[in-house]
Design a protein around this ligand. Structure first.
Ligand code: PMP
Length: 415
């Protein structure tokens, strides 16, 4: 069997679908390296949404008129497309549209957690959880009287799996783990974690916000009970995210939001709910966004998710090498390899991360600085903030040069 590396991406051809990347600031070409926060949106996705608004726009839930029928079909089919994108064979019966990953986490923590958790139960998280998962489960566990435990991160930025085997026990009711860390870039062994949870009859929720955009994800191969991701990090629009859940689990849960579009029968005294996913989608949903997100799934599948992953790994390795040559600079997370995704967080001696990002901005290089919604992880790393460069399909290896120049400039100015 041959193990050929997938083709490198044709970056100039890909970039032609992103007019925003042509922007210049004070005559300098934008270098957009803030993709872990939000990716840019290619023309096919923008076109799908603008065509929808020009030709089809109406409210859904199967109104009688033509436009509503067409909008309903497009909206419903978008669920099937996103389910297919992450390997969920139940289609729309396993795929709920939410606002984002954060709302998906909240939906399960409230709908499942407040019903099922109680004193003596434990929710197991990792030390590298995003606040979307960490704060949500922390607060819901507190309300339910349950405890929260954390799987340690080792000095290389990987999960300590021996500790995971200790912490996940018969008291564990839910494991919630991030698939790819938005701060360390670590790709966690989620199948192994899910298996551990299942061995103890616990459920497993995986935060795939950084994974689904950057690598092939198969929720059934992972055997996750719930899996969440956001549209705006995968070349799709803002305002829409996805919650995958196993069919029987979603069918068994009560809704998290109440209102129009999610009921079967309502009287002045009581109400009953429609089918999954509609019972979790109260009110007018993000219809144009669903159409745009389905177009983003088509767009990414046309490129090929294996090739996206290979491209990300190459860029991360190149950035890691280039940045690690700079004096006084510390990079966080594992060394480049198959368990590191396309983002690099770093700090520089005597230079605050915000100053690093600000000097980068002077060079028209867009990076992020702060705690990246992982404050407790930053506490364990012993820094209050880091700078983060993150890559996507339209970034080229050449764009690492202006990043390195800007960081060298910051060092010369402040260090
Ligand atoms: N989890 C991870 C790992 C993330 O990177 C993010 C976004 N930074 C989120 C959750 C939250 O995503 P959103 O803001 O789209 O809800």
């Amino acid at each position: 069997m041959s193990h050929q590396r997938p083709d490198a991406l044709d970056v100039p051809a890909i970039r032609s679908a992103y007019p925003i990347l042509e922007r210049t600031f004070d005559g300098t070409q934008l270098v957009y390296l803030d993709n872990a926060a939000t990716t840019q949106t290619p023309d096919p996705v923008v076109d799908a949404m603008s065509d929808y608004y020009r030709e089809t726009n109406a409210n859904v839930h199967r109104g009688i008129h033509h436009l509503s029928q067409e909008a309903s079909i497009a909206y419903e089919e978008a669920h099937d497309r996103l389910a297919e994108f992450v390997g969920a064979s139940g289609g729309r019966r396993e795929l709920v549209f939410t606002k984002n990953t954060t709302e998906s986490e909240n939906m399960i923590a409230h709908a499942w957690g407040l019903r099922e958790l109680g004193p003596g139960d434990e929710v197991v998280l990792t030390q590298m959880e995003h606040h979307a998962s960490l704060v949500t489960w922390q607060q819901v566990a507190m309300r339910a009287g349950a405890d929260v435990k954390y799987i340690r991160v080792d000095d290389d930025g990987r999960l300590d799996m021996d500790h995971a085997r200790e912490v996940i026990s018969d008291d564990t009711a839910m494991l919630s783990a991030v698939h790819v860390s938005n701060t360390l870039g670590t790709v966690n062994p989620v199948s192994e974690l899910v298996d551990l949870a299942h061995e103890h009859d616990a459920l497993a929720f995986i935060d795939g916000a950084q994974a689904v955009p950057t690598r092939p994800v198969d929720v059934e191969a992972i055997d996750a009970d719930f899996y969440a991701f956001s549209g705006h990090k995968m070349a799709g629009p803002t305002g829409i995210g996805c919650l995958y859940g196993k069919e029987d689990l979603l069918a068994d849960l009560d809704p998290y939001l109440y209102g129009g579009g999610m009921i079967r029968k309502v009287t002045y005294d009581e109400s009953s709910w429609g089918e999954v996913p509609w019972k979790f989608e109260a009110g007018t949903p993000p219809i144009a966004e669903a159409v745009g997100l389905a177009a983003a799934a088509d767009y990414l599948d046309d490129i090929g998710m294996e090739r996206v992953r290979a491209h990300e790994e190459r860029l991360a390795a190149a950035a890691y090498d280039a940045l690690s040559g700079i004096d006084g600079l510390t990079i966080y997370g594992p060394e480049p390899g198959p368990d590191r995704a396309g983002l690099v967080s770093f700090s520089m001696e005597n230079v605050h991360a915000h100053d690093l990002a600000s000097i980068c901005n002077d060079h028209a290089v867009a990076i992020r600085a702060g705690d990246h919604c992982t404050q407790p992880l930053h506490d364990t790393l012993g820094v209050s903030a880091t700078a983060r460069a993150s890559f996507y399909v339209y970034n080229s290896v050449d764009e690492i040069d202006p990043l390195v120049e800007a960081v060298e400039d910051a060092r010369a100015l402040f260090a």
